[in-house]
Design a binder for this molecule. Structure first.
Ligand code: NAP
Length: 295
């Protein structure tokens, strides 16, 4: 059996569709979301060790994803939760864990980069078989609200003219499916990028075509961006770390592309235009109006 954590998320819900129906079990904290997945599921919460342990009974391979860095001081819940899943997987006799991490995960990394590194290290020393997927920024950020927007419907960011090799979550799911159903490539780390790197202005131009109205890219210095976050109630230390990461991206940190994804899935990774074509309805829904809010 293959257990998928984060099954209702951007990657997870695409992944469960790719796995053999008689082998996949989704872990969902919301029964309605579990039922909507169209596959076998168990209800549980990463903060409920009993539900995690019982979900892992008889499981051979695990997809480990859920949550990201949150603007709270102290310990990141994701680190605590994912470390606990790894410990429970050892106890349950799981053979292999495919962990969804982030590009540039590192011991001294800020926010998600440091948090994912901590989980990666725990996994590497667990004795389990492991493989790690480190994706670049998600194309889906531009439809889920993980992107950043001005109040008047234009694309807001702090990356200047820097390029980012955004990757489609459908491709990340496809890569995970390969490792979960075939050779799991134990001890391997894959940096997953799209096939091209685009500027935010180029992305705004592409969004404009699908939305049917002009969307401009509005660039803010990273420190100004951080001030906006603080004004929205985000703690200053967290906003400062976000500003530092944004400045790194503006310096070209996510510009590179790698062959890892195409090598895993046996076809080229999706371009941004292919993503827009596949998600045109969602893109129109988010971007058609001049004014919109998220969450
Ligand atoms: N966005 C980017 O550009 C980017 C780039 C690289 C890496 N990443 C990493 O990608 C990860 C996010 O992936 P994603 O987009 O698939 O996530 P997502 O769409 O935000 O989904 C998160 C999933 O985790 C589940 N979850 C959260 N807390 C849970 C809990 N306590 N118990 C059980 N399930 C829980 C959610 O369930 P519910 O539906 O019930 O909430 C959901 O299924 C993060 O770790 C982030 O660091 C993101």
């Amino acid at each position: 059996m293959i257990l998928v954590f984060g099954a209702s998320g951007s990657i997870g819900r695409r992944l469960v569709e790719l796995l053999p129906a008689d082998e996949v079990v989704a872990f969902a904290r919301d029964p309605a979301k579990g039922a909507a997945l169209g596959c076998r599921y168990v209800v549980g919460d990463l903060d409920d060790p009993v539900s995690v342990a019982s979900a892992l009974v008889g499981v051979e391979r695990v997809f480990l994803n859920a949550g990201g860095a949150v603007p709270a001081p102290g310990e990141q819940p994701m680190v605590r939760q994912q470390r606990a899943v790894i410990d429970a997987a050892v106890a349950a006799g799981v053979a292999h864990v495919v962990k969804l991490s982030v590009w540039h995960a590192a011991a001294d990394g800020l926010l998600a980069e440091g948090a994912h590194w901590e989980v990666e290290e725990h996994l590497r020393s667990s004795g389990l078989g492991w493989s790690v997927l480190r994706p670049s920024g998600f194309m889906q950020n531009f439809v889920t609200g993980g992107g950043t927007f001005t109040e008047n419907g234009h694309l807001l960011g702090a990356y200047g003219d820097a390029r980012v090799s955004y990757v489609d979550c459908a491709d990340i799911a496809a890569a995970a499916a390969v490792l979960l159903t075939g050779d799991p490539r134990p001890g391997s780390t894959f940096v997953l990028t799209g096939p091209e790197a685009l500027t935010q202005a180029e992305i705004a131009a592409r969004l404009s075509v699908v939305a049917g109205r002009e969307i401009r890219y509005v660039d803010l210095p990273a420190v100004e961006f951080a001030k906006r976050l603080v004004a929205l109630g985000v703690p200053e230390a967290f906003a400062g770390d976000v500003a530092t990461l944004f400045a790194d991206v503006a310096g070209g940190r996510l510009e590179g592309t790698t062959p890892d994804l195409a090598g895993l899935i046996g076809r080229p990774a999706r371009t941004f235009d292919e993503f827009l074509a596949a998600e045109a309805d969602a893109v129109r829904q988010v971007w058609a109006d001049e004014v919109h809010t998220f969450e």
